[in-house]
Write a protein that binds this ligand. Structure first.
Ligand SMILES: NC(=O)c1ccc[n+]([C@@H]2O[C@H](COP(=O)([O-])OP(=O)(O)OC[C@H]3O[C@@H](n4cnc5c(N)ncnc54)[C@H](OP(=O)(O)O)[C@@H]3O)[C@@H](O)[C@H]2O)c1
Length: 285
């Protein structure tokens, strides 16, 4: 069984290898992907081509990553085995129109855009081009990302495997049904912003009680990293891990009481719900 799995996997890689990756829209997330993929050794610099709307942006990308760049999306997709669409949802229609008819079934299209479903892309790209939707987050840049993958109608197991090979070196990778993608966007793609606010606020607390700002920020950030690692590695419910820290009549319970009074839980829940709702609307502007 294992032999079969290994040889099947090997065949996938051979049939749909990664020769060249075109990143259409090398903005914040596109840049995180380019940096992460090169650092992880999945592709060499000369296997990447990046596009943007403005030359200034491309100058920045080429000096930072030393990859090929062009303003011409149609030129970028030529010869690419994988094309990653990393433009804003509102720019997707225009970008797809620019590469329509130039894509073949041998190429894999991956979209990281929120709100844009695989059916939208398939309809505009023409005959049965395989599309995999990915929802990564910016920590991909430091290879601690969270990416969820969902396949479209014409993508097969081999295409998903190629997509997984691209995103796995950048952090954790999960495969879900596409109907969950707006929720994923509201939680793990937007989530780093929520946690930066949490880290910033905790550091302010440290400053208020006399710690130097840089020390307070390091303490807060490392504590968040360690706590997240505990949840992932132990597999315990977060409430159980919280109880371990909270000794009777200690100081932590006083801190928790403040969090409850301030409505932290309900605020975070509402943040995910609101962002999920908005994620579904982005395609309309
Ligand atoms: N940011 C995140 O944390 C995150 C997480 C997951 C998914 N996403 C998704 O990733 C996508 C990009 O988001 P972002 O935050 O990276 O936005 P961004 O920083 O604004 O990047 C978008 C890039 O697209 C380029 N672009 C615009 N029109 C183009 C065109 N016609 N051809 C080629 N490139 C074009 C822009 O070029 P110029 O810079 O030259 O204008 C810009 O560099 C969005 O769909 C978003 O939903 C973002």
């Amino acid at each position: 069984m294992l032999d079969y799995a290994v040889s099947w996997r090997g065949r996938c890689m051979k049939q749909k290898g990664i020769r060249k990756i075109a990143v259409l829209g090398a903005g914040k997330i596109g840049e995180s992907l380019i940096g992460g993929l090169i650092d992880a050794g999945l592709v060499a610099r000369d296997q990447v081509v990046a596009t943007a709307r403005h030359q200034e942006r491309l100058d920045m990308v080429s000096s930072r990553f030393r990859v090929a760049t062009t303003l011409d999306n149609a030129q970028a997709v030529r010869g690419a085995s994988v094309v990653i669409l990393a433009v804003k949802p509102q720019a997707m229609e225009e970008v797809l129109a620019g590469i329509r008819g130039r894509m073949t079934r041998q190429q894999l299209v991956m979209s990281v855009a929120a709100s844009v479903d695989t059916a939208f892309i398939e309809k505009r790209l023409g005959p049965r081009v395989p599309v995999v939707r990915a929802m990564p987050n910016t920590p991909c840049l430091v290879r601690q990302g969270m990416t969820v993958l969902a396949r479209g109608r014409f993508a097969d197991a081999q295409d998903l495997e190629v997509a997984r090979r691209i995103f796995e070196p950048l952090g954790r990778c999960l495969i879900l049904e596409e109907r969950h993608m707006d929720a994923v966007t509201g939680l793990s793609a937007s989530g780093p912003a929520y946690i930066y606010v949490v880290i910033e606020s905790l550091a302010e607390g440290g400053v208020k009680v006399g710690l130097p700002r840089d020390v307070a920020t390091t303490l807060a950030a490392q504590m968040v990293l360690g706590s997240a690692t505990m949840v992932l590695q132990s597999g315990e419910h977060p409430a159980k891990l919280k109880d371990v820290v909270t000794t009777p009549a200690g100081c932590t319970i006083d801190g928790l009481l403040e969090l409850e009074e301030g409505g932290l839980r309900v605020t975070l829940i509402k943040a995910v719900v609101r962002a999920t709702r908005r994620a579904a609307e982005l395609i309309r502007g």
